[in-house]
Design a binder for this molecule. Sequence first.
Ligand code: ADP
Length: 292
Amino acid sequence: MIQGLEKRYKNGVKAISGVDLEIASGEFFAILGPNGAGKSTLINIVAQVVSKSAGTVEVFGVSIDRHPQEAKMLLGFTPQEVALDPFFTVLEVLQNHSGYYGLAHNQEWIATIMQRLGLEACALRTGRQLSGGMKRRLSIAKALVHRPKLLILDEPTAGVDVALRHALWAFIRELHALGTTILLTTHYLEEAQQLAGRVAILRDGAVVACDRTEQLLRRFGTRRFEVVVTEDSVGLPFEGCQRSSDGKRIVGEFCWEQSASLFAWLSQEGERLEDVRITEASLEEVFLRLTE
Ligand code: ADP
């Protein structure tokens, strides 16, 4: 739970102003926003990598002010910048990191996450021998060594190729299905639309929309319709849509609620439908509408 969160950096930049967010246990939550909106700052504060200026943050009810260590144990964090020791092997990194959480016998779980993240073949490679994609996988593996209840991912698929992106999505989905709460920031709106149950859109450090993904699409998105009728006629169901010159095609953009009225109107007018094409609203369009 995040309440009244504020962050002003030393240089005077106000990165977060008055953010309240409540994320339920087991949710898959995405934070979207243009560059500089404050996404990284927000999740860095939750992960205790950046200090806040004001407000409260609780992780599963544990305050990061009163019980910082306990709160830290509950979450795993994959920062945007992958910083790995160049001289340790993948296996050593994961063993050392387990040690940090006081887990001496973690081999079985380490083997599982390496396998699921396709890191097995690189187990004995050092950080500097890893490709960018492998570093990203290792960074996610590190965040998971202590089986956190909350996994925070800052742009997990930025700069990774399509195949790896889909592999990571599948794995993150699986973790979510097993009960892990997921909080991620992403630039890929398609990613948020496909994965997240709920989305917050951040602009200039404030939440401009926060809702279930399909609710956002309903509220702010438009469906594009093209209706082909068998007879040429002249009526129009709504302002803003158009008839083609032969009268047989009605093209327009309708919000969710209007789509039902469109079909009611067509039937009332006795228009016989030959074809209907619908382009669904996308989160990208909602995002642009709310952030531009
Ligand atoms: P996003 O992740 O949405 O791109 P950030 O949280 O990185 O946004 O940045 C929010 C604002 O805070 C930006 O104006 C950025 O320049 C500023 N900012 C981020 N990190 C720092 C820092 N360490 N010191 C000063 N300003 C920062």
